[in-house]
Design a protein around this ligand. Structure first.
Ligand SMILES: Nc1ncnc2c1ncn2[C@@H]1O[C@H](COP(=O)(O)OP(=O)(O)OP(=O)(O)O)[C@@H](O)[C@H]1O
Ligand SMILES: [Mg+2]
Length: 239
């Protein structure tokens, strides 16, 4: 379980971007973080991951305060996986090399086995294993970024806009891949998304952020059926 308790964080001295955010994600839950550009979604994921230090409050995993644990240590020892919003693959490397990088801390044998598993889960990776990652389409790149983070079999996955720039069909393929991760590997997922309605359809709960705070939270079924939420946060869509 991931718990964020009253977190304040920011990049520049005396300028706070997160202003006392609290949230949690239970084991095997998919939780999505929504909100306008610049409201602090990526900053929140970076703070949970450990790229940014908390100025107040805490981040805990399974009851242990990990606020001061740096990102590489969280990936290595706390079962955390992180797919950033941009530059989430090594374009100059092959698909195989990207996966090997994802399993940097693993033994050779475990890496081979895991690559085979992920290739079975996502056949596009098998087909393109020796191709340069730069030659992949947007959707394929997102699958590769996901698979790279999955190499060490994380228990918690932070995904920053996995559907950015994808057409509706490919968006659904990527979302299917995310659901498969939860079903087959039992991973807890915290996902930032701009495609709010589609994201809520595959998530259990959502947090809608505004200016570094949580403006609204609830189960996705409740939020999706709330006319006020649709009007204020989802552009009035009714489908
Ligand atoms: N590296 C940085 N240094 C200084 N300020 C930053 C940095 N990254 C983000 N910010 C600022 O923090 C605020 C929140 O940015 P953040 O990237 O968290 O927003 P976001 O909700 O993810 O937006 P988007 O939907 O556009 O990705 C913005 O005002 C942004 O300018
Ligand atoms: Mg962002």
């Amino acid at each position: 379980m991931v718990k964020v308790d009253d977190v304040v964080a920011g990049y520049i001295k005396d300028v706070d971007i997160l202003n006392g955010i609290s949230l949690h994600a239970d084991t095997k839950e998919i939780v999505c973080l929504l909100g306008p550009n610049g409201c602090g979604k990526s900053t929140l994921l970076k703070t949970i991951a450990g790229y940014l230090r908390t100025r107040r409050g805490s981040v805990s995993i399974n009851g242990t305060d990990v606020s001061a644990v740096p990102v590489h240590e969280k990936i290595r020892s706390c079962g955390l996986g992180f797919v950033p919003q941009t530059e989430n693959i090594f374009a100059a490397m092959s698909v195989l090399e990207n996966l090997l990088m994802g399993g940097y801390y693993m033994s050779g044998e475990a890496r081979e086995k895991r690559i085979a598993e992920l290739c079975d889960l996502y056949p596009v990776l098998k087909r393109k294993l020796n191709a340069p990652a730069a030659s992949m389409s947007g959707g394929e790149r997102q699958i590769l970024a996901l698979a790279r983070a999955l190499m060490p079999s994380p228990r918690i996955l932070l995904l920053d806009e996995p559907s950015a720039g994808l057409s509706p069909k490919v968006l659904h393929e990527v979302f299917d891949a995310i659901m498969q991760v939860r079903e087959q590997e039992g991973v807890t997922i915290i996902m930032v998304e701009q495609n709010a309605i589609e994201a809520m359809r595959i998530s259990d709960r959502a947090y809608i952020l505004s200016l570094g705070t949580v403006a609204l939270t609830g189960t996705c079924s409740d939020l999706l059926h709330d006319p006020k939420v649709r009007e204020l946060y989802l552009g009035g869509r009714t489908d």
